[in-house]
Design a protein around this ligand. Structure first.
Ligand code: SIN
Ligand code: FE2
Length: 218
């Protein structure tokens, strides 16, 4: 339902070349997004993946869409099958693809067609170390990242791990889009602080939309 009472309208903040924060852009859809997350999670449960190096990730993850990001002993990969259920990942909910379409258009990437959505759940203390999103074959497609629930500090750097980091608070309903020059910029999430959010409880959710296959093959 549209939030008619807070009076808060979305606004944009430039982040880097090719990157922008769409503040509160997902707010009007927050209930529908949470219901859709619950639907996906009921089919492909959240789980703590283990990195190839043997580290159990603090963020709990699942996926929807044609391809899902996952790990195995060899490395990180996109798989059409959930290794936990041995079934295809749940389909991308319409409310996800519709929001992603609007967000990528607003950010200047009108042709973005995601085939993968990673769902991240952060409990207090959970973090995502500095990394690049580089497992996707077509780097012309941007990344669209939706924040729901508890606020988190997003670190956004440059092409080198050692580049200076911006630290930005991402709040409920914010969407970050990065592509073009900043597509491979290092980023991460600082350990989540304790808190309570009326919609998500004691956690934060993040939806990361990507084109993980070759667009020619679809
Ligand atoms: C990610 O980099 O995959 C997730 C970022 C976030 O949780 O905001
Ligand atoms: Fe990432």
């Amino acid at each position: 339902m549209l939030d008619l009472f807070s009076g808060e309208q979305p606004w944009q903040e430039p982040l880097a070349p090719g990157a922008v924060i769409l503040r509160r852009f997902a707010l009007a859809q927050d209930n529908a997004l949470m219901n859709a997350i619950a639907q996906v999670v009921s089919q492909s449960p959240l789980r703590h993946m283990v990195t190839p190096g043997g580290y159990t990730m603090s963020v709990a993850m699942t996926n929807c869409g044609h391809l899902g990001w996952t790990t195995d002993r060899r490395g990180y990969l996109y798989d059409p099958v959930d290794p936990l259920t041995q079934q295809p990942w749940p389909a991308m909910p319409t409310v996800f693809s519709a929001l992603c379409q609007l967000a990528s258009e607003a950010a200047g990437y009108p042709d973005f067609r995601p085939d993968a959505c990673l769902i991240n759940r952060y409990a207090p203390g959970a973090k995502l170390s500095l990394h690049q999103d580089k497992d996707e074959p077509d780097l012309r497609a941007p990344i669209v990242s939706v924040s729901l629930g508890l606020p988190a500090i997003f670190q956004f750097g440059g092409l080198k791990r050692s580049d200076p980091l911006k630290r930005l608070l991402l709040e409920h309903g914010d969407i970050v889009v990065w592509g073009g020059e900043s597509r491979l910029f290092y980023h991460g999430i600082a350990p989540l602080k304790n808190g309570y959010h009326p919609l998500t409880g004691e956690c934060r959710y993040n939806l990361t939309f990507r084109q993980a296959g070759n667009s020619e093959q679809k």
